[in-house]
Design a binder for this molecule. Structure first.
Ligand code: SF4
Length: 236
């Protein structure tokens, strides 16, 4: 089985616990205005690789994983190639490698359910807390993400919720408290992690000749993100 791969990172430390090999899948149906990887959107981009080829690359990194690390599949949106990722995770788990899926949670079908049965940890990007913003800024419906989260909860799949904090869009205390409410509602959520909006992607947008709609939005202040994280931690 083959999949379309955008890129491979041997030793990632920010996408899940420990040191991880990170596979970025090509193709995404969403259009998040804060997206820092617009080069992953095109479903015909990237390169076609077999699950065995990708698995062999992961195996070469295995010595660095330690107790907590493993593989993370990110994107793009990995759910769009769920059968391929399921095959890759099957190979990894047979070799004792822990599997983590970094996703927007926009799709839930039988292939995705099979993939989730082979996933040890989900990093769920919960991007906004009200339905209008969710759709306007991502082209994904919050109901779909909530359904996905409910499925994770019903099936006891450990989950970290992650949110990129974007000044003026989702950084109000009201929004953060709503996010804390979502986290507190589901027992599968083991951690809620706030990340700071950055604009390192501007050059990618320029090279692709597409507008970066948040060009005038300031980057998030790290101290402010820490303060908001403390609110989340104190409520859960
Ligand atoms: S889901 Fe991820 S890759 Fe897709 S548009 Fe949003 S941020 Fe970009």
């Amino acid at each position: 089985m083959t999949g379309r791969i955008h890129s491979f990172q041997s030793l990632g430390t920010v996408d899940g616990p420990g040191v991880r090999a990170v596979v970025f899948m090509q193709g995404c149906p969403l259009r998040c205005k804060c997206c820092h990887n617009p080069d992953t959107w095109d479903f015909s981009g990237g390169s076609e690789q077999s699950a065995e080829e990708v698995f062999k690359r992961i195996l070469r990194c295995k010595g660095y994983f330690g107790e907590k690390g493993g593989v993370t599949v990110s994107g793009g949106e990995p759910l769009m190639q769920a059968e391929f990722v399921a095959e890759l995770f099957r190979l990894c788990k047979a070799d004792g490698i822990s599997t983590c899926l970094d996703t927007s949670g926009c799709v839930l079908n039988d292939s995705v359910k099979k993939l989730l049965s082979l996933t040890d940890l989900v990093l769920l990007d919960y991007k906004y807390t009200n339905s209008d913003d969710y759709y306007n800024y991502t082209k994904c419906r919050i109901q779909d993400v909530d359904n996905f989260l409910l499925y994770l909860d019903d099936n006891d799949i450990p989950t970290w919720i992650r949110q990129v904090i974007i000044p003026g869009l989702n950084d109000s205390e009201d929004s953060i408290r709503k996010l804390a409410e979502v986290s507190g509602k589901y027992k599968c959520v083991k951690k809620t992690e706030l990340l700071a909006f950055r604009k390192l992607c501007v050059e990618k947008y320029e090279a692709m000749k597409i507008p970066f709609e948040l060009i005038d939005t300031p980057e998030a202040d790290q101290d402010e993100v820490r303060r908001l994280q403390e609110i989340i931690d104190s409520e859960n």
